[in-house]
Structure formats: structure tokens, C-alpha cells
Design a protein around this ligand. Structure first.
Ligand code: APR
Length: 263
């Protein structure tokens, strides 16, 4: 896009954001790319080097929980060292500002929450900027048999199957509290996400390939409800032609420019 076109797109997006009473923000792995968290698809994506069906399905965990835990422990280690980037912080500032904003994320890395606490500052209330995590959290574990679920950030011992983490209530294996392929999303979380997206004036979509359902349908709910969509992504996605404005570039650079002056 020529520079004038890019600037024009930014101005259009900023005007839509300024006019919107309610904003739903949908984020994907791309918003954390500039923090050093690998995305899933694309040249550098995790699914280029690893097979999703061997690592991110309930079947894979039943067959080989040690390998699955080893991979999650490696990802947790990488993410633990990452900090929110200017894109996360801009979204947190937007959500803490005067507009009604709800951040819905497919990310399991917890960086929106860190950004919310950072933006709210000491003694501030981060809750308006805390995201709805539709795919769970990599820093939470849950029992494979009962309802036990708890935050968990420490490294996992994965040398052999016998020492994998067990539920303190029923002794069954614990697993990462993330949504795997073939699993349904938490119905309460999902219905809240669709309610927010359907009732919003503007859905700001950043850093998602918009390929994974049902999250990819959230912007469609906004369009059906009469709202519009603004997209930020370095590449085209299935949403691009449906978006009122689609900004090509990195969310860590564009989001701060977009929310500047609004908060
Ligand atoms: N800024 C904005 N977008 C970026 C950036 C960046 N700096 N870098 C990459 N992107 C874009 C890519 O162009 C791509 O469209 O982010 C998107 C990342 O896409 P995916 O890797 O498919 O991530 P996501 O859409 O979040 O995947 C959805 O798939 O594997 C599952 O459960 C996993 O939640 C994940 C879901």
C-alpha cells in the first residue's frame, strides 16, 4: 500500500474508533509476535515445525501425555520470558479509557492481562482491560477427570510419565487448561464473546489468521448486528474483504497510532 493510502486507512480506522460507543477487540497470536511469542501459522509458525494432531488434541494427550507436556513446558518457558509489547499496552489503555471496550483473545499467553495491570498502574483497577480468553490459559492447569483447575506458572517435570503433575483431589493427570483441536470452547465464555461481538459498534481484529472457528465468526456477528470491522494484519485474511478498513502492518506499531488521542 502506498504511504498516502496507509495514512488514509489509519485515519479512517481512527474515525471509526472515535465514533464507536462499544468496541470489541478480537486478538490472535500475531499481537504477541512482537513480544517474541511464536504464531501458529505462516513461515515461522509453530505448525510448520510441529504436528498439531500430535501435540494439541485430547487424543495426543491420551496417547503420549509426556510428549505433550514437554512441548507445553517448552512453550511456557518461552512465554514466561516475554513482556507485553506496545500493541498490548495500547489496547489496555483503550479498554481503561472512557469507551466500553471488551478484549476477546484467542491467545493463551496471558500478555493482555500483564498489559492491563501495567496500564492500570499501582492501585489502579485493571478489570476493564482483562481479556476474555476463549482458548484458555497456558499458565493454568486442570484435571483430566474432575473439576480441579488452578493457575500454575512453574516449570513442569517431564522426564518420565510417572512424575507428570497429578490432581491433588483425585490423583488423575493434570493437563494444560487450553482448548485443543476437536474440543469445544467453554459454553459460558463463548456465549459471552458472541454477545459482546453481536452488540458492538466496532470489532477491531488484530493479529489473527481468522481461520479457526468459532472465534473467526465473532467479527461476522458484529457485521450481522450492523457494526463494522477494522482489521490489522501484515497479510490478507478471509476477513479482509469484509472489513471496512484493513491495515497492513504489525499491531505493535499500528495499535499505538490508532488509539493515540482517543485515551
Ligand atoms: N502484528 C499483527 N499480526 C501479525 C503479526 C504482527 N506483528 N505477525 C504476524 N501476524 C499475523 C499473521 O499474518 C497471521 O494472520 O497474525 C496471524 C497469526 O495467525 P495464527 O498463527 O493462525 O494465529 P491465530 O489466528 O491466533 O490462531 C488461532 O489456532 O492453533 C490454534 O489455538 C490456536 O488460538 C490459536 C488459533
Amino acid at each position: 500500500m502506498p504511504e498516502s493510502g496507509a495514512n488514509q486507512g489509519l485515519e479512517e480506522a481512527r474515525a471509526l474508533l472515535a465514533a464507536a460507543e462499544r468496541i470489541c477487540v478480537l486478538t490472535g497470536a500475531g499481537v504477541s509476535a512482537e513480544s517474541g511469542v511464536p504464531t501458529f501459522r505462516g513461515e515461522e509458525g509453530l505448525w510448520k515445525s510441529y504436528r498439531a494432531e500430535e501435540l494439541a488434541t485430547p487424543r495426543a494427550f491420551r496417547r503420549d501425555p509426556r510428549t505433550v507436556w514437554e512441548w507445553y513446558d517448552w512453550r511456557r518457558g518461552r512465554i514466561r520470558d516475554c513482556a507485553p509489547n506496545p500493541g498490548h499496552l495500547a489496547l489496555a489503555r483503550l479498554a481503561l479509557g472512557p469507551k466500553t471496550v471488551r478484549i476477546v483473545t484467542q491467545n493463551v499467553d496471558g500478555l493482555h492481562e500483564v498489559a492491563a495491570r501495567e496500564a492500570a498502574g499501582d492501585g489502579g483497577d485493571p478489570s476493564p482491560a482483562l481479556p476474555l480468553e476463549v482458548h484458555g490459559s497456558i499458565f493454568r492447569v486442570r484435571c483430566t477427570a474432575c473439576t480441579y483447575r488452578i493457575p500454575h506458572r512453574d516449570p513442569i517435570q517431564t522426564k518420565d510419565e510417572a512424575i507428570l503433575p497429578k490432581c491433588p483431589v483425585c490423583m488423575a493427570l493434570l493437563r494444560p487448561d487450553v482448548v485443543w483441536f476437536g474440543e469445544t470452547l467453554d459454553p459460558g465464555v463463548l456465549s459471552e464473546a458472541f454477545q459482546v461481538a453481536g452488540a458492538t459498534t466496532l470489532c477491531l481484529v488484530a493479529g489473527t489468521s481468522a481461520l479457526v472457528q468459532p472465534a473467526a465468526s465473532l467479527p461476522l456477528a458484529t457485521l450481522e448486528g450492523g457494526g463494522s470491522v477494522v482489521e490489522i494484519n501484515p497479510t490478507e485474511t478471509p476477513l479482509t474483504t469484509l472489513a471496512e478498513v484493513s491495515l497492513r502492518g504489525a499491531s505493535g506499531e499500528i495499535l499505538p497510532l490508532l488509539v493515540e488521542g482517543l485515551v
